[in-house]
Structures are given as structure tokens and as C-alpha cells.
Write a protein that binds this ligand. Structure first.
Ligand SMILES: Cc1ncc(COP(=O)(O)O)c(C=O)c1O
Length: 361
């Protein structure tokens, strides 16, 4: 890494692959002889449409998206989808089941409650979201329009290690903080969405992967800009799409290809996460916040025995060039977000810093 870059452990927006940033910099003022920046292009132009189509095709190929499903690029980040999902999908029965395993699933369930009857299929709130409920603990309403869960809980550092079985009820998943980190059987899902700013691109956009059979049964009040049916029909261009963000996603996907795709990322993330969890398990000073079976490979939450020492760790780690290790206020302690673009050297350097900190404290 160039020595003016630091290891940024931010939960999002977070590190992007350096080759993608460098290519964007090279192409900033004149994209491949077009005489203009991608920011300045008409989204209807031939040159931009080729960026758009290639990015979409790369995403489909990398995640093996079946032809039954469509890939959409929507503005408004992941939070926009908290509303779009119920508006588009809850009308079938007027009811939806949600698993609340963290802050964002909770927000999504509250939003859905405005548009229909929401039943909580499971919650981990009793232990401050340190665990993921087992399949046998999921109480999915048999007449739910869909079952919703959040695959990786960014704040609490827990991750679902299984795909919930819903017995035919459409499965809806927020994959904002672990999409593209491993292969996914997309055919099992009615809808997947993910905010871009962790493993994909700058903030402000969500990628939506939807089973086309689910579109079109929306509530009549659904704003046109939120309609999956319209987005499918207009190929994400009912209005001006987030052109530059899509271009950046394209560059990140090209980088991903050079790293072995999502299969390559799966190996890498397991290696990186193990490095930090091994330090936590060996340590007398640090302990992990999440239950071991539920530990996230993307967001590692940990703490010491005292808030003072946590604050000291955050201060000293920042001074040593490790940024954004302070935990979310709901959990306290520390959080190391180690998304796809975090190099393994960054994680090794952090574990060395943690071991040294333990010796001195
Ligand atoms: C799992 C998850 N869902 C949703 C969101 C909200 O994303 P946005 O800020 O793009 O609306 C976040 C943000 O960090 C997240 O981690």
C-alpha cells in the first residue's frame, strides 16, 4: 500500500480496493478518450450504457444470479429498501415476518409496520444481539408475504451462518455488510438488497436482486421511484441512476475478478477474521462481544474489561495508523470492520498492535 494510506477499519463507508481507486483517478477527467469524466456523461449515452451493462453483467456472473432474478441499482442506500420492501411485497397477505438480530433489522421491521402487520419471528434483543437464533427458534408466520432477516449485523458483529428455511415463503435479506464476501445461492431468495458502501462502492446506492415473479404486487400507494416493477421495466433508469457509483462498482467488480471472485473473498475473509479472533481467544485482556458461533467475518466486535482501557486502545491505535476502531455506541468497546478491500497485511498489523497493547497494559 502507498505509505500515505492508512488501514481504515470503518464499518462503512469503508476501504475500497486501491486498484479501483487508482483507475478511477486515472480516468477522472477523460474516460477512455471520451473527453469527459464518467460524472459528466449522459446516462443514455452509448459510452455510459456500456459501463452500466458491463457492471450489471459482472455482478450477475460473480454472484451467479439466475435468469429468474433481476439486478437493480437503486438510490437511497439500504435504508430506502426498508420502505421499498414492504411497499412492494407486503400486499399479498398484508403480513410479514421479521427476524430482529440487530439495529438495522429492527429499523426495517418498524418501517414495515407502517404498511402491514409485522410479526417478529425471532429476536436476539434479550442478549443485546450477541447471537443468531437457530432455525428451530424461527417462528415464521405461515401466511407471511415474506420473511426478512439481516445476514450480517454490522453493529453487533454477528453473522447468520445458515440460510433460513421458510417453507416456500419468499426470503428477503439485507446483505449490506457481507454481500460479495462469499458465494450465495441466489435462487433461494425472493429478494436480496445491499447498501453499496461496504463491499461494493461509494454510499448512496443499493443493489437489489429480485425474483421477477415477486414484482408487480405492490401497495397502490407505492411511490413510482420505489416500485421494483417500474425499476425492472426501466432497467434501473426511470430517472437518472447513480451513474458514478455504478461505475465505481464496476471497477471494484473487476478487481474482485482478479482476486478469485466471491470464492476468493470467502477464503480471504476466513483467514483475516481468524487472525483477529485467535488474538481474542488467546487474550487475557480482550474479549469478543459476539457468541463464538455467531461471529461475523466482516465486523469483529471486542472490548477490554474497562471503558477507560477501551478508550486508550482506540486513541493509541488511531495514533498508530489504524483508523475507525471505536465500537458503535450501542455496543461500546471496539469494532474492526474487515471488508473485502482490507488487505491481510492490515489485519496482521492490527493483531500485532493488539498483542503489544496487551503486553503493555
Ligand atoms: C446491515 C445494514 N443495513 C442497512 C444499513 C443502512 O445503510 P444506508 O446508510 O446505506 O441506508 C447499514 C449501514 O451501515 C447496514 O450495515
Amino acid at each position: 500500500m502507498p505509505n500515505d494510506r492508512i488501514y481504515n477499519f470503518s464499518a462503512g463507508p469503508s476501504m475500497l480496493p486501491l486498484p479501483a481507486l487508482e483507475q478511477a483517478a486515472r480516468e477522472m477527467t477523460n474516460y477512455r478518450g471520451s473527453g469527459m469524466s464518467v460524472m459528466e456523461m449522459s446516462h443514455r449515452s452509448k459510452v455510459y450504457l456500456s459501463i452500466f451493462e458491463e457492471t450489471k453483467a459482472d455482478l450477475k456472473r460473480l454472484l451467479k444470479v439466475p435468469d429468474t432474478h433481476e439486478v437493480l441499482f437503486m438510490q437511497g442506500g439500504a435504508t430506502f429498501q426498508f420502505s421499498a420492501v414492504p411497499l412492494n411485497l407486503i400486499a399479498r397477505t398484508g403480513k410479514a415476518s421479521y427476524a430482529v438480530t440487530g439495529n438495522f433489522a429492527n429499523l426495517a421491521s418498524k418501517e414495515a409496520g407502517k404498511y402491514g402487520n409485522v410479526e417478529i419471528a425471532a429476536t436476539s434483543a434479550d442478549k443485546n444481539h450477541t447471537y443468531i437464533p437457530a432455525q428451530s427458534a424461527l417462528n415464521i408466520a405461515p401466511d407471511a408475504s415474506y420473511f426478512y432477516y439481516c445476514a450480517n449485523n454490522t453493529i453487533y458483529g454477528t453473522e447468520w451462518k445458515y440460510t433460513p428455511e421458510t417453507n416456500g415463503i419468499p426470503l428477503v435479506c439485507d446483505m449490506s455488510s457481507n454481500i460479495m464476501s462469499k458465494p450465495v445461492d441466489v435462487s433461494k431468495y425472493g429478494l436480496i438488497f445491499a447498501g453499496a458502501q461496504k463491499n461494493m462502492a461509494p454510499a448512496g446506492m443499493a443493489v437489489v436482486i429480485i425474483d421477477k415473479a415477486l414484482a408487480g404486487a405492490e401497495l397502490s400507494v407505492t411511490p413510482k421511484i420505489m416500485s421494483y416493477k417500474v425499476a425492472i421495466e426501466k432497467d434501473s433508469m426511470d430517472n437518472t441512476p447513480p451513474c458514478y457509483t455504478i461505475y465505481m462498482l464496476g471497477l471494484v467488480l473487476k478487481w474482485l475478478d482478479t482476486q478469485g471472485g466471491v470464492e476468493g473473498m470467502e477464503k480471504l475473509k476466513a483467514e483475516k477474521a481468524k487472525l483477529i479472533y485467535d488474538v481474542l481467544d488467546d487474550s487475557k485482556l480482550f474479549r469478543g462481544c459476539a457468541e463464538p458461533e455467531a461471529r461475523s467475518d466482516m465486523n469483529v466486535t471486542f472490548r477490554t474489561a474497562s471503558e477507560e482501557l477501551d478508550a486508550k486502545f482506540v486513541k493509541e491505535s488511531t495514533a498508530a495508523g489504524f483508523d475507525n476502531l471505536k465500537g458503535h455506541r450501542n455496543v461500546g468497546g471496539m469494532r474492526a470492520s474487515i471488508y473485502n478491500a482490507m488487505p491481510v497485511e492490515g489485519v496482521i498489523a492490527l493483531t500485532k498492535f493488539m498483542r503489544d497493547f496487551e503486553v503493555h497494559n
